[in-house]
Design a protein around this ligand. Structure first.
Ligand code: C2E
Ligand code: CA
Ligand code: CA
Length: 564
């Protein structure tokens, strides 16, 4: 006998099951399902057609009911469940979601469709019941009763990896909440980011990386079970919540994530932005939470941060920078500063690093920390980097023409430059134009750029084959620096200034620094230590055999045209 697929299914699900469980355990949960069963019976549903789908959800198979009666039953349940309290705990209001599915939704396996529907409904902490329907015309009349209708199509708003909402859906719901003064009054947006996730992936495996992502996603879903939770990009998540105890919830997620792998202690950071009466778009609102989150990146003493006045200024500058990026380059707002590099043994000037400054007509000098990340986000960074190379080449060319002494320069490239343009081609052309031999230029690439999976290795080889030096910048601040030495060929290792800072308080830092210098030497790589500020540091580095030094002790960055 052929199995006839069900045609009409409804689900009743307890969105705040966790609360019920907390006050009365499993027994209280069962009592709630029992009361839902009884309610359905009073509406004419045969108990033989009901079963528990999981601990919080009742599935009703209502094939026998004529369409009109089915609709009426659903409508009745949606209305009745709005004011239900938990049996034996009359103070606990239940949040029941009522869902119904029509034939088309049921063509897929009934349980899968029902699970999708339940997951969707339980993600929403809204007062109305929800119905899933495809034949919207049939369901339209429900609209007038204050019952919201969603279609099966909308169930696709789920991210299949984490089961959370997608970013598009998150923005829809955020807009919905923001449009309703009642809802937005107590709403807060949270932005979660796993610090240094790429290092984690590299240190272990991609499967391990996926496990960590799922773990964090599940923590967030569990801790904010009654709220809207979304997966917004690989290692970032967002939550829209009205919960009063956000801080303790963030701390819980943070602690659980650190404990997930003690040898690495992954950090998940949270930025918090409270919706207020100020009119911002959902995008800006999420950006505010993101900015607060970014402000504590890499800090081990903070797990969360609320959006505040400082961030507001920052946000303003960011938007300003993104809007004026092209103008800054064409109108000469980008200036090149130079910081001397000293040969340790001879104490003589042996080069300079070119550092960009944004000299704004309204705001004065902006530091790279204000504009580099923004230009990277806006994918406009190559314009600035090319501008700096052009200025450096022109400067060297003028020195040569006037018979002045000059030293080689190193310039900072962003990882994105390689994607955004043919950076080697552009730099080579500029050198040709100004008559600059390639040996006079070195490119600095940060260690973190090399953690990404990309064809950077090939690009680095192309630069070296073309006669440019390639320097690894900020060595030692990432997790797997040593691995990089194995995989990439460099001319110079620039050791991050944190090493020198740490040495004051941690003797081991000094020892590590000495062995890093030794190792580089044995690999035939020259070394440069940044951030040298004191005579004691200078002496230490001389003793340790470091080739070059850079830092305030020898000179701060100053405008290139003023000389070194
Ligand atoms: P970086 O390449 O690691 O540059 C070194 C930074 O350390 C510079 O900051 C420099 O002013 C500062 N510094 C140098 N000596 C000392 C010292 O003795 N003590 C202390 N406390 N700091 C010192 P700056 O100029 O603010 O640049 C910050 C970062 O911005 C750079 O880090 C680099 O990653 C990025 N950047 C700067 N110019 C450019 C550019 O033209 N293109 C790109 N893509 N990035 C740039
Ligand atoms: Ca640099
Ligand atoms: Ca550096």
């Amino acid at each position: 006998m052929a199995v006839v697929p069900p045609r009409q299914v409804a689900v009743l699900s307890v969105a705040n099951y966790d609360e019920v469980f907390q006050v009365g355990g499993r027994a209280a949960g069962e009592a709630v399902l029992e009361s839902l069963r009884n309610m359905a019976v009073t509406l004419g549903v045969d108990p033989g057609y009901m079963r528990a789908m999981d601990e919080r959800t009742l599935l009703l198979r209502l094939d026998e009911l004529p369409r009109e009666e089915f609709l009426a039953a659903i409508q009745g349940m949606a209305v009745r469940t709005r004011s239900l309290t938990a049996p034996t705990f009359p103070d606990l209001m239940l949040k029941i979601r009522v869902g119904a599915m029509s034939e088309r939704a049921l063509r897929s396996l009934v349980n899968d469709a029902a699970h999708d529907l339940v997951a969707y409904m339980n993600h929403l902490d809204l007062p109305a019941a929800f119905l899933a329907a495809d034949e919207l015309d049939i369901w339209q009349r429900m609209g007038s009763t204050g019952v919201d209708i969603i279609s099966h199509e909308q169930l696709k708003y789920y991210d299949s990896f984490t089961g959370m909402l997608t970013i598009e859906r998150f923005f829809d719901l955020l807009q919905y909440a923001m449009d309703d003064p009642h809802l937005s009054e107590n709403m807060t947006i949270l932005y979660f980011d796993i610090d240094d996730f790429k290092s984690y992936n590299r240190a272990f495996s991609h499967e391990d990386g996926d496990d960590l992502l799922l773990f964090v996603a599940n923590q967030i879903k569990e801790v904010f079970s009654a709220d809207v939770t979304a997966h917004i990009s690989i290692d970032r998540f967002a939550v829209l919540t009205s919960s009063p105890d956000i801080v303790s919830k963030c701390a819980k997620i943070h602690a659980a994530t650190r404990a997930f792998r003690l040898s690495f202690a992954p950090e998940v950071k949270c930025g918090i932005y409270r919706l207020s009466s100020e009119s911002v778009t959902p995008y800006v609102a999420l950006d505010c939470a993101k900015l607060a989150c970014e402000s504590i990146k890499g800090r081990y003493d903070k797990a969360y941060c609320c959006f505040g006045e400082d961030h507001r200024d920052h946000l303003f500058v960011r938007r300003y920078v993104a809007h004026h990026a092209e103008r800054a380059v064409t109108d000469g707002w980008i200036r090149t500063f130079a910081q001397p590099v000293i040969d340790t043994r001879t104490s003589e000037l042996c080069g300079f690093e070119a550092l960009a400054r944004w000299d704004d007509p309204e705001r004065g000098l902006l530091s790279p920390a204000m504009f580099i990340p923004t230009l990277e986000d806006a994918r406009l960074i190559h314009g600035l980097d090319i501008c700096v190379v052009d200025t450096v080449c022109r400067h060297l060319s003028e020195c040569r023409a006037q018979g002045l002494s000059y030293v080689p320069a190193s310039i900072n490239l962003s990882r994105l430059d390689f994607d955004l343009c043919d950076i080697l081609g552009v730099i080579s052309k500029l050198c040709d134009r100004w008559g600059i031999p390639h040996e006079l230029l070195a490119i600095e690439i940060t260690e973190s750029a090399m953690q990404e999976e990309s064809n950077l290795r090939v690009e680095i080889e192309r630069f070296r084959a073309a006669g440019f030096e390639v320097w690894m910048d900020d060595f030692g601040c990432g997790y797997s620096s040593l691995n990089l030495l194995k995989d990439y060929e460099f001319d110079v290792l620039k050791v991050d200034m944190e090493f020198l800072r740490d040495m004051e308080t941690n003797v081991r830092s000094g020892k590590i620094l000495v062995s890093v210098l030794e190792m580089a030497r044995s690999l035939g790589i020259r070394t440069l230590v940044e951030g040298v500020e004191t005579k004691a540091q200078h002496d230490f580095l001389l003793e340790a055999g470091c080739d070059m030094m850079q830092g305030y002790l020898f000179g701060k960055p100053r405008p290139l045209e003023l000389g070194l």
